[in-house]
Design a protein around this ligand. Structure first.
Ligand code: PRP
Ligand code: URA
Length: 209
């Protein structure tokens, strides 16, 4: 049974509403994507490994935990996932970053891979895959397949808006992946866009059409 978290925090809801607004311009859109990723990351990274270090307080020497950031791999799905990376790196600056390039065919909506570069020792890392949109789920399912083929095991997937169709597809294909969604929307339309959604995330982040 897949482990799915749909966020209900008021700050995340508020910021997603601003993202949806077609009047929100590129600069604010980027900032919101980054902020939401950071808020979601705070929860999604709850089980990050810790290591003990020695520290000297004004009172005495002791050992205390620090996040083992080198054990985290952040993997955005290009392009739109790139917008979420800085939000996660603000929390864990020493995380390694991989990239998976995917685009959806405009007619068939089938994803095509064009790039994949992952950090070394991927099997030893917690991997957090980033993409603001989980629509049909095709891109997410294929991205996780690629990561698993290269040895990735402990995988989390984070999207800001999901459609029921995409959530079902990803959780059925990869029941071991922990899924985090900022909001579960109503449905897909005939062009496989999320309704009500926010439009084309990549175009809105990068100011393209
Ligand atoms: C968008 C989005 C996801 C994908 C989701 O990317 O960022 O990667 O579509 O759709 P799916 O769940 O139906 O696969 P797109 O293919 O538009 O590429 P882009 O980010 O480069 O614009
Ligand atoms: N990709 C997007 O950017 N938006 C959608 O609604 C669906 C796929």
């Amino acid at each position: 049974m897949a482990n799915i978290t749909i966020f209900d925090h008021p700050l995340i809801k508020h910021k997603i509403t601003l993202l949806r607004d077609k009047a929100t311009g590129t600069k604010d859109f980027r900032t919101l994507i980054e902020e939401i990723a950071m808020l979601m990351g705070y929860e999604a990274l709850r089980d990050l490994p810790l290591e003990e270090i020695e520290v000297e307080t004004p009172i005495c020497k002791t050992t205390a935990p620090v996040v083992s950031g080198k054990k985290l791999a952040v993997v955005p799905i290009l392009r739109a996932g790139l917008g979420m990376v800085s939000g996660i790196l603000a929390l864990v600056p020493s995380a390694k970053v991989g990239h998976i390039g995917m685009y959806r065919d405009e007619v068939t909506h089938i994803p095509h891979e064009y790039y994949c570069k992952l950090p070394d020792n991927i099997g030893d890392r917690t991997i957090i895959v980033l993409d603001p949109m989980l629509a049909t789920g095709g891109s997410a399912v294929d991205a996780v397949n690629l990561i698993k083929e290269r040895g990735g095991k402990h995988i989390k997937f984070m999207s800001i808006i999901a459609a029921p169709e995409g959530l079902k597809a990803l959780s059925e294909a990869h029941p071991d992946v922990e899924i985090y969604c900022g909001n579960l929307d109503e449905k897909l339309n005939e062009n496989a866009y999320i309704v009500p959604g926010l439009g084309d995330a990549g175009d809105r982040i990068f100011g393209t059409k």
